[in-house]
Design a protein around this ligand. Structure first.
Ligand code: CA
Length: 222
């Protein structure tokens, strides 16, 4: 669905955010230093950055400033401690898109992230219909002819990616990037396994996921 980089030096908070976002279907990684974030961001493509302002090496402001100076337009959600709220304006001026003050409610974080990702994809309509399949991105639910699908986070990510490109070939590598995070130990057949599970859930009356050997997958429009 989306690849998210968390830049947070509080290990417990970073672990919590990563677990929360992975459960929400996002391939997510965390680094504790600003320099590592800038390095990773220059080599890997992300859909969203979550940046803590108080970092041990360079400040979160520096991270935002350098990302934007490089021309990186990826949405940025700023995390800040309560006693640093006065600095938030600076972060937003530098090009951050939204912010959350710690401690925050987990559901608030996931809702803000979905909104940022939707805005970035330029898709104001969170509901998508393909044949008899309906996907509600805001509620993170999908159904085929009224029958709810029971998708695990990575299966949801597979369906979200294929449906965003319905009728087009989605290369296996793209699915791999969008569904698994940078450091996951991914079994070679992991994509096939997840696609097969989603395919079974769509049967018998939903759109068909075709395998194009050596090319990738395609979710039929009809
Ligand atoms: Ca911090």
């Amino acid at each position: 669905m989306a690849r998210i980089l968390v830049v947070e030096d509080d290990p417990a908070l970073a672990r919590g955010v990563v677990a929360l976002l992975r459960a929400d279907g996002h391939a997510t990684d965390a680094v504790s230093e600003g320099r590592s974030a800038l390095l990773l961001a220059s080599s890997e493509s992300c859909s969203l950055y979550i940046v803590d302002i108080g970092l041990p090496d360079v400040s979160g402001f520096d991270v935002i400033r350098r990302l934007r100076a490089r021309g990186d337009r990826t949405p940025i959600l700023v995390l800040t401690a309560h006693d640093r709220i006065s600095e938030l304006v600076q972060g937003l001026d530098l090009g951050a898109d939204d912010y959350l003050v710690k401690p925050f409610d987990p559901s608030e974080l996931t809702a803000r992230i979905r909104a940022l990702l939707r805005r970035n994809h330029g898709d104001p309509n969170p509901q998508v219909t393909i044949g008899r399949l309906t996907i509600d991105h805001a509620r993170r639910t999908a159904e085929v002819a009224g029958r709810p699908l029971h998708l695990r986070p990575r299966e949801w990510a597979v369906l979200a990616c294929l449906s965003a490109h319905a009728g087009e070939v989605v290369p296996k590598q793209k699915l791999l990037t969008e569904v698994f995070s940078f450091d996951d130990d991914v079994a070679p057949n992991a994509v096939e396994v997840h696609v097969a599970r989603v395919r079974r859930q769509l049967e018998p009356d939903g759109p068909i996921i075709r395998t194009l050997r050596g090319l990738g997958y395609i979710l039929d429009r009809a």
